[in-house]
Design a protein around this ligand. Structure first.
Ligand code: FE2
Ligand code: FE2
Length: 263
């Protein structure tokens, strides 16, 4: 089974023309064109939040326009830049709950999409309602393989700003809950705008780059630096019949500039 992971699309509202000198809409369209071309056999695309940069209705309208032609189903969660009410106006099937979180079952696997966002704050957390929901889902699906998607990083990333102001405040509670189950196979997250792989309590985790702009790897200072010198990526996750997982990160902007050769 294969699925695609996109994160931090940061689409901008109509009143803006660019974001740090780049056009997030153009880049996201390139990502979807690439996925349509190379990954028709994937089961779905998961987009792990910060769908919008400004939470505006016009940014979600752009998202709606881009994803409506996708040949694969697209599942969303929200990040700290998003606005739930504005998002739901363009994706009304997500209405009816306080949060944007839900399970998707495919074959013998369950994909849990968590809502870690706290509107108007950079940090994330799972409040009591969301934690109870997660516990109920884990109890319900304890015989299946579970894969989790969330926006905030549930492990430290080594970047001061992200690990202090933009961190996941309920990290300890989250891991205490996960410790009770041995069927959680992988966690995919966003928010840090970088490729990072990690492992905690035997559970592998990864993030992929933003499809818009990146966070520079400056671990020695308290300021946050952004960069457009690192290309955007999406991730391709393959799970084989034994449950082994393979994660690739693909730089899609210049994917046709390749040549025959030997490694
Ligand atoms: Fe972001
Ligand atoms: Fe974020």
């Amino acid at each position: 089974m294969k699925f695609i992971h996109i994160s931090d699309t940061h689409l901008i509202g109509d009143e803006y023309h660019s974001l740090y000198g780049i056009d997030p809409e153009f880049r996201l369209k390139k990502a979807f064109n690439s996925i349509d071309k190379w990954h028709k056999d994937a089961k779905f695309i998961a987009i792990t939040g910060d769908l919008s940069n400004d939470g505006s209705k016009s940014s979600y309208k752009k998202l709606q326009e881009i994803v409506k032609n996708s040949i694969l189903p697209v599942y969303f969660i929200l990040g700290n830049h998003d606005t739930r009410d504005n998002f739901r106006q363009f994706f009304p099937h997500y209405a009816g709950n306080n949060f944007i979180q839900y399970p998707i079952k495919i074959e013998d696997k369950v994909f849990l999409f968590l809502d870690s966002a706290v509107e108007n704050n950079p940090y994330g957390k799972l409040c009591e309602e969301r934690l109870i929901w997660l516990e109920n889902q884990l109890k319900t699906h304890k015989k299946e393989s579970v894969y989790i998607f969330m926006h905030h990083h549930p492990v430290s990333c080594g970047l001061y700003e992200m690990d202090n102001m933009g961190n996941f405040k309920t990290q300890d509670t989250f891991w205490d809950l996960l410790k009770k189950y041995n069927n959680i196979k992988h966690i995919s997250f966003g928010h840090i705008h970088r490729i990072m792989h990690s492992c905690k309590n035997g559970i592998p985790l990864h993030s992929t780059r933003s499809t818009a702009f990146q966070v520079a790897l400056r671990t020695d200072c308290k300021e946050e630096y952004l960069t457009n010198e690192e290309n955007p990526t999406y991730a391709i996750i393959n799970i084989n019949k034994d449950g082994d997982t393979r994660v690739h990160h693909h730089e899609f902007m210049n994917e046709d500039r390749i040549y025959l050769g030997e490694c």
